[in-house]
Design a protein around this ligand. Sequence first.
Ligand code: ADP
Ligand code: MG
Length: 526
Amino acid sequence: MTSATLPEQSPTPIAAPVVELRDISISFPGVKALDGVDFRLLPGEVHALMGENGAGKSTLIKALTGVYGVDSGTIRVRGTEQVFSGPGAAQQAGIATVYQEVNLCPNLTVAENIMLGREPLRWGRVDRRGVRRRATELLARLNLAIDPDSVLDEHPLAIQQLVAIARAVDLDAAVLILDEPTSSLDADEVRELFRVIRGLRQDGVAVLFVSHFLDQVYEIADRTTILRNGKLVGEYEIASLPQLEMVAKMIGHELAVLTDLDRQPPTDVADLPDTPVLEAVGLGRAGAIAPADLLLRSGEVLGLAGLLGSGRTELARLLFGADHADSGTVTVARRPVRLRSPVDAIAERIAFCSEDRKGQGIIGDLTVRENILLAAQARRGWARRIPRRSADELVERWITALDIRPSDPDALTRNLSGGNQQKVLLARWLLTEPRLLILDEPTRGIDVGAKAQIQKLVVDLAHDGMAVLFISAELEEVLRLSDRVAVLRDRRKVAELPRAAASMGQVLELIAQRPTSPGGGAPDGV
Ligand code: ADP
Ligand code: MG
């Protein structure tokens, strides 16, 4: 892949790490959850472990807390190599963990919970006053005004979590690990938690936490490690990593590679209707899609019809350089090009709105404005900020043009409906002024109103001279929007029809390779 996937390291000189993971790999059947990951945690730092769902964060934490053994690699705690036999061993080594579900005993008192399982004894019996005294000390250490004699159950979850922290750090903890500690807390509760975390940092405890809230990460963390697809992306000082850049590193794919891209797009071709924008001859990839010819013209929508698994997305990914073709040639505006990565495709002004808008596109925790500007900003390079005024104008224009609701550029994107999120993703790519727009299932799972608007947009964009590759499982939609329809079956392009010739029945026949029933009903799954 590109240099964007190489691990980067913060240049700062570093105190001896309290925890050091080297070259850790852990596999589950069919997936390498961690692939040669290095990780360092320093004494007295708050460290955020970041990455998208499935990046490997929880797996790393479980390796560190002795829940999972590692397939290869080493774990050192305070300089000593450790092979944890289980969570107890990790705890003994000074690693304390508080999981999302606080697992304490609701009907015991706060003091009893803090000391559970390690009560001081006196004359061979539990020393109740000792329990109370030690618990009170621990609460005081964290500056927590919680009555040690109150029953745990009486407290809201946030307080229970703080009690769990008090309990966890009592064991000579050098490291406190919190997996998504703030996901169910309100603003005041988060403030209280952060106060406790800062206190622990002051005492030299290393705090490692996972959170999906970027603002909180920027508020509390000193450093961060970013994972993507089980691999280390890099280790950074929070203060020198802009939020958008962090996001680009997390989601990688088309956007992270964009950070490498600071070239000007090639000079414009005459965007006249019917100009060939992209021509692929014999383009294919073994196991994914048999060699196929495709012509995408300015001012035209080419639809891809086929069942799930017929090779639609695979073909689109070749055109975007997301996967490597192993046969065929591609010309863009009549010049031969090699699409080795999305960087190459984007430089040729090819845009790809992926099918998986959650996984590969929209970042819920960024505002609508930030999401829209992401690709354009990345393309310019992070060092050259889009001036605020022109950024505002662009965002405003696209919010209006696509009727994004709410129309507030500062709204958090996760609070938008699926249809509006899809429009935000479209706006992001339209802002880069593509000449070929690849849309993979742009209307799936969104409300009918937004769906109609997106369909209209596709037609309008083509009318204004863009070439569009439109992929949808809904044949009706493909037929209605496309000027030509390419039909895929079993990972092979089997036909291409001009719209006039493309009747529903005919396309279904090609897809299914069997005559449609006399009634013309669609086979299942189309
Ligand atoms: P994150 O916490 O960053 O969302 P995880 O560490 O939970 O990511 O998962 C990393 C990858 O490993 C994912 O592809 C996930 O499906 C897989 N995985 C995690 N735990 C297991 C498990 N116990 N069995 C099988 N696969 C797992
Ligand atoms: Mg997780």
